[in-house]
Design a protein around this ligand. Structure first.
Ligand code: GDP
Ligand code: MG
Length: 162
């Protein structure tokens, strides 16, 4: 069975940008994969000869408590559906309370999850990534999705994990 990789995180962290980098054939063949619903964007991608299905769980709206609820629901569904979760955070915003809430929910949820620090272009990747270790989810990978930087390396690491 093809592994399912879900992209989660606050609005505007770069999930859809990464989705576009990771997929070539969007929504192709996806109706055949059991247990998936159609209200998110699905795409097929490959790293080397390793195919995967990516889920972009975007489209969150609302503010304050409503947004917090929407993010919790997004995370819950990703955990239920995915073999591997890519939890995106924003190097320019730094660590936010919403990031911390998502991490709390992921920790111990029984899914493989990886913190991905996006928008590291023009920044020192190591120093902007350091604070995200405080999320307590282990290794942190830095990328610049808009430029494709770090994306291959990220997927090689995911491949070893799924
Ligand atoms: P989403 O809401 O999480 O799906 O985020 P989007 O993919 O829509 O991206 C939000 C904004 O961040 C857009 O303006 C993107 O162009 C920008 N963005 C995404 N990735 C990068 C990146 O690697 N570097 C920079 N500088 N901007 C990025
Ligand atoms: Mg989006």
């Amino acid at each position: 069975m093809i592994p399912v990789i879900a992209l989660i995180g606050r609005p505007n962290v770069g999930k859809s940008t990464l989705f576009n980098q990771l997929t070539r054939s969007r929504d192709a063949l996806v109706a055949d994969v059991a247990g998936l619903t159609r209200d998110r964007q699905y795409g097929i991608g490959k790293v080397g000869d390793f195919p995967y299905l990516v889920v972009d769980t975007g489209g969150l709206s609302g503010e304050g408590a409503q947004m917090d609820r929407a993010m919790a629901e997004q995370t819950e569904r990703a955990v239920a559906e995915a073999d591997h979760v890519l939890f995106l955070v924003d190097a320019r915003d730094g660590l936010t309370p919403q990031d911390q809430a998502i991490a709390d929910q992921l920790r111990g949820a029984g899914v493989k999850a990886r913190v991905v620090v996006n928008k590291t272009d023009g920044l020192d990747a190591d120093s902007v990534s350091a604070e995200f270790y405080a999320l307590g989810l282990g290794q942190v990978t830095s990328i610049a999705a808009a430029h494709g930087r770090g994306v291959q390396g990220l997927m090689q690491a995911v491949r070893k994990d799924v």
